[in-house]
Ligand binder design. Structure first.
Ligand SMILES: [Mn+2]
Length: 319
């Protein structure tokens, strides 16, 4: 892997035009790492097109370059393509997957199970965020980071480490963040953009969600629920439920948090979060879903009571 980075910087020197993409429903790392890479490549005079399958959420519209992301890939040749934070290639969307004029494909990722579909693959699950890998490439290239690029990389790291709270918040993550602050990023400005900028509707939805709290399994599991009725009353939508599951998880003694989100009359998305001791991927797999040790989910058909009974039985039997 150590020889991978020189191979990538060599491609950057040799090539002129770059396509950059990331996964569907892009999150802070997907957006921060891809816009940070785009900002760096533009700063050294390259021709760059960033394509996402889905639009940039409003929350990240403050990032430089977010307004230039293309919903469609221009019909022309690129010398090279960077695919970031993807896990699985198909998550880039059909348009990218069927696009053949990419040139050399470079895959930068930190998912444990990332597919090695690139001509060059820089995959390191020790990296706190894909933005860290972008930083390693830039550092090897010898680029002294500018403020715009720094802002993007800082956001990629702060979001993927849960503001430096998760177990992936290692020395390298803090060190790069420190460097980004030195490059002119203001930590409070970023925090204000990301966390002090909620639509009122989200709080109104949360106010209806929290009374559904149920604690069970002797205090080791807790759930909250959002129904279609709650969206109708508040005018909020599913996008605004991000993070709701952290409330039941935050209770002292709770090891497993569950979030029931109604998709249609008799269909529910069930999200699981663990504090670390319990592998919630086992629960979701038992119900036809997937995920990771600390975060997993599945979709279940039935009334809320039926779905809750099924989930509680599985969780209670293993706690
Ligand atoms: Mn990531």
């Amino acid at each position: 892997m150590t020889e991978t980075i020189p191979a990538i910087t060599e491609i950057i020197r040799r090539c002129t035009s770059f396509l950059i993409t990331t996964h569907e429903s892009p999150d802070g790392d997907a957006i921060g790492s891809s816009l940070g890479l785009a900002s760096f490549l533009r700063a050294i005079g390259k021709d760059v097109c960033v394509h996402y399958k889905d639009p940039v959420p409003d929350l990240y519209a403050f990032l430089p370059g977010s307004d230039a992301v293309c919903a469609h890939i221009p019909g022309r040749d690129f010398d090279a393509a960077f695919v970031l934070d993807i896990g699985e290639r198909r998550r880039a969307g059909e348009e990218f997957c069927s696009f053949s004029r990419c040139g050399t494909v470079i895959n930068l990722d930190h998912h444990l199970t990332c597919e090695t579909f690139g001509d060059v693959n820089l995959i390191d699950c020790q990296a706190a965020a894909t933005g860290v890998l972008v930083h390693r490439v830039m550092a090897h290239y010898g680029y002294a980071v500018d403020r715009q690029t720094a802002l993007c990389l800082y956001v990629s790291i702060i979001t993927d480490t849960g503001s430096f709270r998760y177990s992936n918040a290692n020395r390298e993550a803090f060190s790069i963040a420190g460097e980004m602050i030195e490059a002119g990023v203001n930590a409070w400005d970023v925090a204000e953009q990301l966390y002090e900028n909620q639509p009122q509707k989200r709080l109104e939805l949360l106010a209806r969600c929290l009374p559904t709290l149920e604690v069970f399994a002797g205090g080791q599991a807790a759930s909250v629920t959002v129904t279609l009725d709650m969206y109708a009353v508040t005018g909020a939508d599913a996008d605004l439920t991000d993070g709701f599951v952290n409330y039941p998880r935050s209770i002292r003694g709770v090891e497993v948090a569950i979030f029931y989100r109604q998709l249609s009359e008799n269909r529910w998305k069930v999200g699981f979060r663990s504090k670390g001791k319990v592998n919630v991927a086992a629960f979701s797999r038992a119900m036809g879903g997937g995920g990771h040790h600390n975060a997993a989910g599945c979709t279940i058909d039935g009334t809320l009571d039926e779905v809750r009974d099924t989930v509680r039985a599985i969780v209670e039997s293993s706690l």
